[in-house]
Design a protein around this ligand. Structure first.
Ligand code: MG
Ligand code: MG
Length: 262
């Protein structure tokens, strides 16, 4: 069943989303050659603690039989597309890093991800990240009341395919609410005009991830979490938690615009 949120609940979810944006900004600031992935997790932990927010990623299990997730963010480097565990690995100049973060505030969850390079990007990495961000914007633009979920999926997939990137629909977006993963699944490719009708109050994480080599396959590392590209090429992943409203898509995990007036 799809749960719809009231305007007041969306404001409460925005509070969680704003913390996620703060976490990602703090982690982005800390990214530099030589920094360990685990140190980025510490930065995220500090930001969550400062905001009085919970960490929905920590102890998360895909299945009861699977290992619990050991960190508050995912740090996915180069051929790791998703769910990379922050280890003692040090960042190196030229690495392509995706950071996925969650926060919970008053029982509501936000979920968002960014991709960036350590130092200046290669032309290939810059294009991959820019295209993935463009797909996110296309998916958000399609998340309007009266449209269908397939419109969002189709918008995302079209951007990735036109660039020749690999797209896989096993992992994708999802409903967000009091828990991180709710219905519906939001595949990163689909047919327009199909799927559930989008109604005001529906909240979904929209999260394109594309693989530069063009292969659609992936494999799971022996750590039980890291999603690695099948062809070893680099991947980028970006995400926002978005609400469908009467006034159009509302990005709940956008960074707050601080006024310097006054
Ligand atoms: Mg996420
Ligand atoms: Mg997500």
């Amino acid at each position: 069943m799809l749960e719809l949120r009231t305007p007041g609940e969306l404001d409460a979810m925005r509070a969680a989303g704003e913390v996620v944006a703060q976490v990602l900004a703090a982690v982005r600031e800390a990214v530099a050659p030589g920094v360990r992935l685990r140190e980025l997790d510490d930065v995220a932990r500090d930001a969550l603690r400062a905001a009085g927010a919970g960490a929905p990623f920590e102890h998360y299990r895909m299945l009861p039989s699977m290992p619990a997730y050991p960190a508050v963010i995912c740090t996915s480097v180069n051929d790791v597309a998703l769910h990379g565990i922050p280890t003692v690995r040090r960042l190196e100049e030229g690495d392509l890093l995706s950071v996925d973060a969650g926060a919970s505030v008053d029982g509501w969850v936000g979920d968002s991800a960014i991709s960036l390079t350590v130092g200046a990007p290669s032309a290939e990495d810059a294009a991959l990240i820019a295209t993935t961000e463009r797909a996110l914007q296309a998916g958000i633009a399609a998340a309007v009341a009266g449209a269908r979920l397939g419109d969002v999926s189709a918008a995302i997939g079209a951007v990735g395919r036109s660039a020749g990137y690999g797209v896989n629909t096993d992992h994708g977006g999802h409903g967000v609410g009091r828990t991180m993963h709710e219905e519906p699944h939001v595949p990163n490719e689909g047919r327009p005009g199909r799927g559930v009708r989008l109604r005001p109050g529906l909240v979904v994480a929209i999260e394109p991830w594309f693989m530069a080599g063009g292969d659609d396959s992936y494999w799971i590392d022996e750590d039980g979490w890291s999603v690695r590209t099948g062809d070893g090429s680099r991947a980028a992943h970006v995400e926002h938690t978005v609400a469908v409203t009467e006034d159009g898509p509302r990005i709940l995990t956008a960074a707050a615009v601080r006024s310097s007036v006054g």
